[in-house]
Design a protein around this ligand. Structure first.
Ligand code: URA
Ligand code: SF4
Length: 188
């Protein structure tokens, strides 16, 4: 299944209750041949309106993070764990995640990135099957099914709530993290 076919299925999917309140499903977008895939939690209000991932305030923050190492959104692929907006942006429930995961799995198989950067707790816990929180999990590479590296990072929304750039702050750590990713991409 290529990415356009996956997107087509996502747009009409009714496999879980999140289909009931969505405006548009958000399959994901970016470079289909990229080495770097970002996975967030789920669409917010703007994303639900536009059908595109990370286009609101958190999205601008993600664009900034990429820009800090001269990466553009068009050079990576960006998607979410669940493709439809949870009501009031609540955390997706485990049955919703289970229903939606086959789409992400299919996207990963098609893109075959070398690094999957998981943004925040939901993406990290889902892909790494861990209960470890993002604060201790972030900034390290984990092997996923033996061939892809998973690299957890803070969610951009968390950085919006924690604007300090002081040494050791979430923002400071995130800027270190994206540099780490860039270095690994360069050496590939
Ligand atoms: N937050 C997410 O996790 N994903 C988006 O697409 C937007 C905001
Ligand atoms: Fe289908 Fe995923 Fe949307 Fe649920 S969140 S309706 S599984 S696309």
């Amino acid at each position: 299944m290529d990415l356009a076919e996956i997107a087509g299925k996502v747009k009409t999917c009714t496999k879980c209750r999140l289909s009931e309140n969505r405006t548009k499903a958000v399959p994901g977008e970016g470079d289909e041949d990229t080495d770097l895939l970002f996975v967030g939690e789920g669409p917010g209000r703007q994303e639900d309106q536009q059908g595109r991932p990370f286009v609101g305030r958190a999205g601008n923050k993600l664009t900034d993070i990429l820009g800090s190492v001269s990466l553009e959104r068009s050079q990576v692929y960006i998607t979410n764990i669940v493709k439809c907006r949870p009501p009031e942006n609540r955390t997706p429930k485990s049955d919703e995640i289970d229903s939606c995961l086959p789409y992400l799995e299919a996207q990963i198989a098609e893109i075959n990135p070398s690094i999957i950067a998981t943004l925040g707790n939901t993406a990290t816990k889902t892909l790494l099957d861990t209960e470890e929180g993002i604060t201790s999990a972030r900034g390290k590479f984990y092997s996923w099914r033996g061939k892809i590296q998973v690299f957890p990072m803070f969610h951009p929304s968390y950085l919006l709530r924690n604007p300090s750039k002081e040494k050791g702050s979430p923002k400071y750590q995130t800027w270190q993290d994206i540099k780490k990713i860039k270095k690994v991409l360069r050496s590939n």
